[in-house]
Design a protein around this ligand. Structure first.
Ligand code: ATP
Ligand code: MG
Length: 244
């Protein structure tokens, strides 16, 4: 990493860590100093904030470790022929449990071929994108995950309806610590590292990720992230092996 970008990284990280830590310290100090004056309802509310902010710190630290590992090229990928269906089903179940106000729909074509990926990392990619769709869509909306074979690729599309992503922001969201400045993004927590990590992992596994966001009826946007991985088959593998 260049010096300048390293300094930027440290300064952003310190800021990101400081915000939840300040809030954890503030609420615990208030509880300790005013314990007898606080009613049960307030105590519960304060503890909830402390819990949320601790979760935010944990996910931030996990994401930062992922970034550091990816950049150090020490990260190992264990490639296996993989059926995407059970992984997508598991991920949707996990995200559903976290975002109970959203609906989820999975459509995986029966004949979808296998792909050769690191299974844990593929799961991490799916968690990031499906979680974003749940997190940034409008209330009560449905997150749709569909997968199909498309030429030599398996294409997985994750679609949601919400505030959408402008053309200008489409270029930025895959950068480190990049979050769209909007009332919704300010309301929901995130470090802005998810898509940076996702794109990095996808490309290391010879895949591609792209996004499309278009206006639909009612003024909302249909946002679709597409993740593509090469189909694993003997022919492909031989072709790869014979490349000069
Ligand atoms: N489905 C989506 N609809 C609208 N905006 C989105 C969507 N997915 C991502 N974004 C925008 O892209 C930004 C970057 O996403 P990214 O996943 O990298 O970070 P994050 O969700 O803010 O934090 P985290 O690191 O916890 O994932 C988000 O902050 C949000 O503004
Ligand atoms: Mg995210």
């Amino acid at each position: 990493m260049e010096n300048q970008s390293y300094e930027d990284f440290i300064s952003t990280v310190s800021h990101e860590l400081r915000t939840p830590l300040t809030s954890i310290r503030g609420f615990s100090q208030t509880m300790l100093s005013s314990w007898d004056k606080l009613d049960d309802e307030s105590k519960k509310r304060f503890l909830k904030i402390i819990e949320e902010q601790s979760n935010r710190l944990i996910s931030l630290v996990e994401n930062m470790l992922s970034v550091t590992k990816l950049q150090s090229s020490k990260e190992t990928f264990v490639y296996k022929e993989t059926d995407i269906k059970p992984i997508i089903q598991t991920v949707v179940a996990i995200v559903k449990n976290q975002y109970k106000d959203k609906n989820f729909e999975i459509k995986i074509h029966d004949k979808t071929p296998t792909i050769t990926v690191d299974r844990d990392k593929f799961q991490q990619v799916m968690v990031n994108v499906i979680e974003n769709a749940a997190k940034y869509s409008s209330p009560d909306m449905t997150v749709r995950v569909c997968a199909d074979c498309c030429g030599d690729f398996v294409s997985i599309k994750i679609a949601d309806v919400g505030a959408g992503i402008s053309d200008e922001d489409k270029l930025k969201i895959f950068n480190k610590f990049s979050r769209i400045d909007s009332p919704l993004t300010r309301k929901v927590q995130g470090s802005g590292l998810g898509l940076y990590i996702t794109k990095n992992i996808v490309e290391k596994m010879k895949g591609e990720i792209s996004v499309n966001s278009e206006k639909i009826e009612g003024g909302e946007f249909l946002t679709t992230f597409e993740v593509k991985f090469p189909v694993s088959n003997i022919e492909n593998q031989v072709r790869e092996a014979c490349k000069p």
